[in-house]
Design a protein around this ligand. Sequence first.
Ligand code: MLT
Length: 262
Amino acid sequence: MPTLQRDGLTLSYLDEGQGPPVLLLHGFPMGAESFRPQLAALSGSFRFIVPNHRGFGGSEVGPGPLEMSTIAADALAILDALALGPVIVGGLSMGGYAAMALVRLDPARVRGLVLIDTQVTADDAAAKARREEVARQAESGGVAPIADAMVPRLLAPGAPEAVRQALREHILRVATPAGIAAASRGMALRGPSKEILSRYSGPALVVVGEEDGITPPEKAKQMAELIAGAQLVSIPGAGHLPNWEKPERFNEVMRSFVLREL
Ligand code: MLT
């Protein structure tokens, strides 16, 4: 896996496929490999750049909270290292917060925006307190209790056992206690992104799993309404991870968006 040195840390990423470049930013507490269903099906059409955020999937963790702007800046540094100009930027959940931070940092780099099961609002006090609890639980009990608590929340209630198992194994493979703690505290620090989306004038696709209980369809509608001309797609039978739960439908939606906008 290719790596980049930044702030004294080794950061890893996937660079697979051929065609127009698509940057994908993964959710919490997952890694770049959570986009494997997209890489497997679409790497004949697109070049995917998929960073592992600090503390996940082999990327080293830094000190303190992992701010969404740091995830965005790491991704921009990877694009710089690869000499890539404007790219399609997609982000799922925490990756969506980072995608919006990237739009703020360097809008000229964004050729199209794909927001997947994410939200534009900041955490309220109760959500911030839950983040701190998750961080402490990971620091004291490791990854397994976090994976056990999160898998049922991440997937649609009717998700098959094999999908649950595969997700649990993925989290256990890629997440670290320090990474979970840093990302959880970093998400609590993010501000609202409404202004970023209102100012954004490029093409946008907003995707949501119809049964997402973490960032439900109303959140997707709110984002789509902020961006002029955004396309909103709801995926039946999926929860918070439509790319993982309903990959064929998700891939079709993403493929047609990218091809239309290039
Ligand atoms: C994610 O999937 O990245 C997280 O659930 C996002 C969040 O907790 O806000």
